[in-house]
Design a protein around this ligand. Structure first.
Ligand SMILES: [Mn+2]
Length: 319
């Protein structure tokens, strides 16, 4: 791997005729906003562009209508151009079946902000001091000399507002970027509402059932406490996956516990585990022990077994 600046990445992209942009599995607004913002900027320069994430279209409801969506292609229909860019993926594994597309590209660019990302491109722009990958894409857009239009800015805003929890843990730089995005016409209220504050009515019942079974283990994490909830496949399959992503934001509000976990059974016996910490505990340490990763206060991993088994494994790791 070679570390690159935004200017270095822009130079590579300026020389490219066609670019494949890859978002991570179960895309969130940061990976998707980053991909669509960069894609639109490259189209403005006359490049051929495709954007994809593992799995199939269409986008889930929260992200539907994001500008640049016409650049998206189904994972199975990806051409694979000589320059590939992975956005917001902490590992190549997060690209799932599109990892092969990434590997096949002579020029492989990683743009990410996860502290656990050790780099997996031929060129890596990894900056854990950035609140979101979309802000790094904005740097690249600026270096490319592309005008920051409202559609591009909207995609960057989507990543910024969600990865900062509506600016709750945003660094000063993110507020400056947000001001710039709003000044070019982003409808911040509309996108905050759509991305963060909108669920189908049925989600309320499911969330109620999940929260009703939440458990508090005060002795866990050296006495800092762990609160956790499980979402069995029966419940998870009743909601769109992006709806399940927000359950952790409810569970982590329990003030009695430093660490929060939500176990989501994506397939029978297969679990995606989301971890959050309120202040000091580094959850990348716990997630890393299970082969996962992420940020200091937000990380995740995958596990197999019954609900009791995966919970017991976490409790053993988080003593
Ligand atoms: Mn991100």
């Amino acid at each position: 791997m070679t570390s690159a600046t935004a200017a270095g990445v822009a130079a590579l992209l300026r020389d490219a005729a066609a670019v494949t942009i890859l978002c991570h599995v179960r895309p969130d607004p940061d990976t998707l906003g980053s991909g669509l913002a960069l894609g639109q900027a490259l189209v403005a320069l006359g490049k051929t562009v495709e954007v994809a994430y593992p799995g199939v279209l269409p986008l889930p409801a929260t992200m539907a209508g994001m500008p640049g969506g016409e650049l998206l292609v189904d994972a199975a229909s990806v051409t694979g151009h000589p320059v590939a860019v992975a956005v917001d993926a902490a590992t190549q594994g997060r690209l799932e079946e599109l990892g092969a597309v990434f590997e096949a590209a002579p020029t492989r660019i990683v743009v990410d902000h996860h502290v656990s990302n050790g780099g997996f491109g031929s060129v890596d722009l990894i900056d854990p001091t950035s609140d979101c990958t979309a802000s790094l894409v904005l740097q690249i857009v600026d270096e490319l000399g592309v005008e920051l239009t409202e559609p591009i800015a909207t995609c960057i805003y989507a990543g910024l507002v969600t990865d900062t929890g509506s600016f709750r843990w945003a660094r000063p730089a993110s507020f400056r970027i947000a001001a710039r995005l709003l000044e070019v016409g982003v409808d911040g209220a509309r996108w905050s509402r759509q991305l963060l504050d909108t669920h189908p009515f049925a989600w309320l019942q499911v969330a109620g059932e999940v929260l009703g079974d939440a458990q508090l283990v005060e002795s866990a994490c050296g006495g800092a406490g762990l609160v956790y909830a499980t979402v069995p496949h029966r419940l998870l399959s009743s909601m769109a996956w992006d709806e399940s992503e927000s359950l952790i934001d409810l569970v982590r509000t329990a003030g009695d516990a430093e660490v929060a976990a939500v176990f989501k059974e994506s397939e029978p016996g297969r679990w995606n585990v989301s971890l959050r910490s309120r202040t000091d505990v580094d959850v990348t340490t716990i997630a890393g022990g299970f082969g996962g990763g992420g940020h200091v206060r937000a990380a995740g991993y995958s596990a197999s077994g019954t609900a009791d088994e995966v919970v017991a494994a976490l409790l053993a790791a988080a003593q």
